[in-house]
Design a protein around this ligand. Structure first.
Ligand SMILES: Nc1ncnc2c1ncn2[C@@H]1O[C@H](COP(=O)(O)OP(=O)(O)O)[C@@H](O)[C@H]1O
Ligand code: SF4
Ligand SMILES: [Mg+2]
Length: 362
């Protein structure tokens, strides 16, 4: 059985949504076969809100966001479904129309600003260009606006540093400059793909704080892509957990972190240090590795690694792709799993292992 868009829609599409993605698929044709990097993804995001997309490496997070930015080469990537940005389906646009929107309506900041910035041009020139592509202003005005943005993101002496080359900035400063470049056109949607992964912990926290401040100021929607549930817990209003190119659990952050219903989400929660500092909490890594998306396992793609599959009657986990359905606690929370009583398993088996103090309080 396969999931269709109508079965999988997690929430009603509202006019307040900056972005509504429905049944998104991104399939790459390669010499070895078709890589189903994204295979039926649904999510929404409203202005001023943050969606955290979380999953292990190779789950299709970056490929999905590149689709929202229209960055896939149509020759090699088959992109289907719909990606409505401000009510317009981006998949119906030409490359030229998409280029007009990229940077102005949706911008992206990458994990590694050094490779995202051109080494031969100054930081300032690159930000100015990003601004002038969408605004008919003089070089002087663009430079002034760039200096203001560099100042806003916390670059010291911005009127001097604007003429530095990327390698003259520290990692944290480069990420600040990328944020300045991303926000200079005040886009309604900012996608941050692992924006702090390459940074040390202190700088990480500063960058996340900065992103939160700027989001409030610019009232933009933010998608933060991460493999780190700690980042999600701090930043996100909603969470989408991805596995093998699909959304496997989706809903409000608090709900997903406190009442997760899908064993992969349990695995992610079990493999991060307890946030409350409970020293009796155990770190339990998820066994095995994520599958190749060239030939993912049949049924539930997580089944080879799932320690709960025997609780599902028959061979269902190995043979039937679970539909994305409403969680047992009500609307707004969806999950893809055959287990009939996930809350009970979570409360009695998972929570006592990963957060014993919390389990006792409940
Ligand atoms: N251009 C491409 N051609 C073929 N496969 C790709 C391409 N880009 C990404 N992939 C594959 O798609 C899968 C998802 O990748 P990605 O979205 O980058 O994962 P992540 O969740 O780590 O961001 C991976 O298996 C990756 O190898
Ligand atoms: S469907 Fe089965 S294999 Fe997949 S997560 Fe649920 S219990 Fe595990
Ligand atoms: Mg990635």
């Amino acid at each position: 059985m396969t999931t269709t868009a109508s079965q999988a829609v997690p929430r009603s599409s509202s006019s307040r949504n900056v972005l509504s993605v429905r049944d998104l698929k991104v399939h790459f044709t390669t010499a070895d076969g078709v890589v189903k990097a994204v295979d039926g993804l649904d999510f929404d995001i409203a202005s001023g809100k943050t969606l955290g997309i979380v999953g292990e490496s190779g789950s299709g997070k970056s490929v999905s966001s590149a689709a929202v930015l229209g960055l896939h080469n149509r020759k090699y990537a088959k992109v289907s479904g719909s990606i409505e940005l401000n009510g317009v389906d981006l998949l119906t646009l030409s490359d030229v129309e998409m280029r007009k929107r990229r940077g102005r309506e949706v911008a992206m900041i990458f994990q590694d600003p050094l490779s995202a910035m051109h080494p031969y041009y100054t930081v300032g020139n690159q930000i100015m260009e990003a601004y002038r592509v969408h605004n008919d202003v003089s070089k002087k005005a663009a430079r002034q606006r760039t200096i203001e943005m560099l100042d806003r993101v916390g670059i010291p002496q911005p009127d001097r540093r604007v003429d530095d080359y990327p390698h003259q900035f520290s990692g944290g400063m480069r990420q600040r400059a990328m944020i300045a470049m991303g926000l200079i056109n005040d886009p309604g949607l900012l996608i941050a793909d692992e924006p702090t992964t390459a940074l040390d912990v202190t700088v990480q926290a500063q960058i996340l704080d900065l992103l939160q401040d700027l989001q409030r100021e610019f009232d933009s929607a933010v998608i933060i892509i991460t493999h780190d549930l700690g980042v999600v817990a701090e930043m996100a209003d909603d969470v989408l957990v991805m596995y093998a190119g699909r959304g496997v659990e989706y809903g409000p952050c608090r709900e997903i972190l406190t009442h997760p219903e899908m064993p992969y989400t349990w695995g992610l929660l079990s493999s991060v240090p307890d946030v409350k500092g409970d020293t009796s909490a155990r770190l339990i890594p998820i066994p095995g590795n994520p599958p190749s998306l060239l030939s993912p396992p049949p049924g539930c793609a997580f089944h080879p690694r799932c320690t709960h599959r025997d609780k599902v009657p028959g061979d269902l986990c190995r043979t039937e792709l679970p539909l994305l359905v409403e969680g047992n606690r009500g609307p707004g929370h969806t999950k893809r799993c055959h287990l009939a009583n996930p809350e009970q398993i979570y409360e009695t088996e998972i929570l006592p292992e990963i957060a014993p103090e919390l389990a006792k309080e409940r």
